[in-house]
Design a protein around this ligand. Structure first.
Ligand code: ZN
Length: 294
């Protein structure tokens, strides 16, 4: 396993920055073309958008599927079609499938994507580590669902994309590790700035990072305008980045310029370059995260 994870030392002369993994969350559950016409919804739109983002510096793609009406879908065939098509064009990119229960809390439906085989199998799958409230909706994740999803991922060799919205959710990483259900290096998105969760300040981000177990590779993410701030803080702190229209629809603070996924990824690659931080290629990200696992 190469690279530095969260340790008690920050980046410095004896511990240089590891290459920046840019995870792009393209579609999400909620936004529609009315909110932003650049949201990719169909298989072709998602694959083409992902490829542009990979060209711009993304090495990991977080995938949601939609049905023909644009509603969130947990149909494994839809996920499989996207994953296979993307893998064919970009064999090394890390593909993460959502198991979010926000649209459909049924565990069977959420876990179906984990059973895809061959080229359709996702490398990683999201695992939200507790229930929480979004501004107008709850995301229900009872302990038994989290454990069942983690078990299924372990069995299928799929690495969890651990989703953390608040400090208590970090306990779940240790809890699942103690139960033998997850193994380092952990990958964890710290998503800040949702109304009822940890707020998007550098203090909160630093606090969450300080709580992460050793061996965690983390990405800073923020909701709306907080996305850029949390991404930039993560670049400086030695973390990684989750960016994309799933979390933020606008390019600017004043909401005058709708973003596209490619614009958002390009900006991160540009900031990283200005800060002297190299961006990981898909093959490098794959080696850092999925190369050698205990
Ligand atoms: Zn998602």
């Amino acid at each position: 396993m190469s690279g530095k994870r969260r340790t008690d030392e920050g980046p410095g002369p004896v511990q240089p920055y590891e290459n920046l993994i840019i995870n792009v969350a393209l579609t999400g559950m909620v936004p529609t073309k009315k909110d932003n016409p650049a949201i990719p919804m169909t298989r072709n739109e998602i694959v083409l958008d992902a490829l542009e983002c990979i060209d711009a510096g993304a090495s990991m793609v977080h995938v949601h599927a939609r049905d023909d009406q644009g509603r969130p879908s947990s149909d494994p065939e839809r996920f499989g079609g996207i994953i296979e098509a993307l893998r064919k064009e970009s064999p090394d990119v890390i593909i993460c499938a959502t198991t979010s229960g926000r649209a459909n809390p049924d565990l069977f439906a959420r876990a179906a994507v984990l059973d895809l085989g061959g080229a359709a199998r996702p490398d990683m799958a999201s695992l939200t580590l507790s229930s929480l409230n979004f501004p107008s909706q709850a995301s229900i994740n009872p302990p038994e669902s989290i454990i069942a999803l983690a078990k299924r991922m372990r069995l299928r060799g799929i690495v969890p994309e651990l989703e953390v919205f608040d400090s208590g959710m970090i306990n779940a990483i240790r809890f699942l590790h103690r139960k033998g259900l997850i193994h380092p290096p952990f990958y964890c998105n710290l998503l800040l700035g949702s109304l009822f969760c940890a707020q998007a300040t550098v203090e909160e981000l630093a606090h969450l990072v300080s709580l992460l177990p050793e061996g965690t590779l983390w990405a800073g993410a923020g909701v709306g305008a907080a996305q850029l701030r949390m991404n930039a803080a993560a670049i400086i702190m030695g973390g990684h980045v989750r960016v994309g229209l799933e979390d933020n629809l606008w390019y600017d603070e004043d909401r005058t310029r709708p973003a596209t996924n490619t614009m958002l990824v390009r900006r991160i690659a540009r900031i990283a370059a200005e800060m002297g931080r190299k961006v990981a290629s898909p093959a490098e990200a794959r080696a850092m995260l999925l190369g050698v696992r205990s």
